[in-house]
Design a protein around this ligand. Structure first.
Ligand SMILES: *Cc1c(COP(=O)(O)O)cnc(C)c1O
Length: 242
C-alpha cells in the first residue's frame, strides 16, 4: 500500500466520522443535514491532502496563514473548491489572499474592509465577507485572536455592505477560551445567532453563521450554525501551531 493510499484511507474514515457527528447533531436539533455546510480546515497540511479531500467530495476548505495557503491554493487551482480565509489578516497580505480566497471569514476592522475592497475591485472579483465577532472582547474592543467586539458588528457590517467588490455574507466566531463564555460554547454560539438575527434584519442575504470546530461542532449545530470549520477531526492533530 502506498503512503498516498494510506492517507486516503485515513481521511476517508475521519471524514465519515465527522459526517456522522454532523448528521447526528442535525437530527438532535431537528435540522436538515443540508442546512449545515462542512468546511475542512486544511491549514499546515499539504496540497496532496486537499486533493484527496476534494476527491472524497469536500467542496469547502479553509486556511489561516497566507504564506501557507497561497502556494497550496495555486497547486489546487484545478479543483472545484471554495476557499475560505479564517485567520487574522494583515493588510499587506490582502492582495495575495484576494487572489485565491472566495470568502474571508475574519473581517474585524474598518481598515481591513478598505483594503479588501480595493483589492477585490482591482482583481475584478466579488469577495464574500463574514464579520468575525470576538465574544470575549470589551463591547467595542477587539479580541485577542481577532474579531470585533459585539458593539462594533453593526457598523462594520454596514461598511462591508457598502464597499465595492465585497459581499456581506454573515458572521463568524471562535468560542472564547476566557471570560464569561469560557467552557460555555453553546451559549456563545447562541449569542452569535442572536447577533445574526439582528444583522439579517438590515441585511437579509447575510445569512451565514460560521461557528464550531472539531471539539464543539455539536454545540454550533444545536445553536443554528450554517457552517462548521473542522480541522483536527478530519486531518489529525496538527504537526505545528496553526
Ligand atoms: C484551526 C481553526 C479551526 C479548526 O480547528 P480544529 O480544532 O482543528 O477543528 C477552525 N476555525 C479557525 C478560525 C481555525 O483557525
Amino acid at each position: 500500500m502506498t503512503d498516498l493510499q494510506g492517507r486516503k484511507d485515513e481521511l476517508t474514515a475521519n471524514l465519515a466520522r465527522v459526517e456522522e457527528r454532523i448528521a447526528a447533531a442535525c437530527a438532535a436539533a431537528g435540522r436538515k443535514r443540508e442546512d449545515v455546510t462542512l468546511i475542512v480546515v486544511t491549514k499546515t497540511y499539504p496540497a496532496s491532502d486537499v486533493r484527496i479531500l476534494s476527491g472524497l467530495g469536500v467542496r469547502h476548505v479553509a486556511e489561516n496563514r497566507d504564506q501557507d495557503a497561497a502556494p497550496k491554493a495555486a497547486e489546487c487551482a484545478d479543483l472545484p473548491l471554495t476557499w475560505h480565509f479564517v485567520g487574522q489578516l494583515q493588510t499587506n497580505k490582502v492582495r495575495s489572499v484576494v487572489g485565491y480566497a472566495d470568502l474571508v471569514q475574519s473581517v474585524d476592522r474598518a481598515r481591513l474592509v478598505t483594503a479588501l475592497s480595493k483589492e477585490a475591485v482591482r482583481a475584478e472579483r466579488e469577495l464574500g465577507c463574514l464579520i468575525q465577532v470576538a465574544l470575549d472582547a470589551d463591547e467595542d474592543g477587539r479580541g485577542e485572536r481577532g474579531g470585533v467586539g459585539v458593539g462594533g458588528v453593526e457598523e462594520l457590517a454596514a461598511r462591508v455592505a457598502e464597499a465595492p467588490g465585497l459581499r456581506l455574507d454573515g458572521l463568524m466566531t471562535v468560542a472564547p477560551l476566557t471570560g464569561d463564555y469560557a467552557g460555555r460554547q453553546q451559549a456563545a454560539f447562541e449569542r452569535l445567532m442572536d447577533l445574526s438575527t439582528a444583522l439579517r434584519a438590515a441585511h437579509p442575504a447575510a445569512n451565514m453563521v460560521s461557528a464550531g470546530m472539531s471539539s464543539d461542532l455539536e454545540q454550533a449545530v444545536a445553536a443554528g450554525a450554517t457552517h462548521v470549520r473542522v480541522g483536527t477531526a478530519v486531518l489529525g492533530v496538527r504537526p505545528r501551531l496553526g
